[in-house]
Write a new protein. Structure first.
Length: 85
């Protein structure tokens, strides 16, 4: 899972505007997440976990992988759920 997959999961069939309201952020901030210009704060990640019921480790690993500049380590973060199995 990567950050885009995570955002798509939280949105489902709902618009980005409605999703941003659920997360308590502006539509512009959500757009920054979608476009890779910013990463969600831990508070937003916690809200995503609450809304989706996703595994917290998967959510944090997907989001934090976007912050890592080493591509090998970033890919390991994205695929961490497969490593834990």
């Amino acid at each position: 899972m990567n950050l885009q997959d995570l955002l798509n999961t939280v949105c489902g069939e709902v618009s980005d505007i409605k999703t941003s309201k659920k997360l308590g952020i502006s539509r512009q901030m959500f757009s920054h997440y979608r476009n890779g210009r910013k990463n969600p704060s831990d508070e937003v990640l916690d809200k995503i976990i609450e809304l989706t019921g996703l595994n917290p480790v998967d959510v944090y690993m997907a989001a934090y992988a976007e912050k890592i500049s080493n591509p090998i380590v970033a890919e390991a973060f994205r695929n961490q759920s497969h490593l834990a199995a």
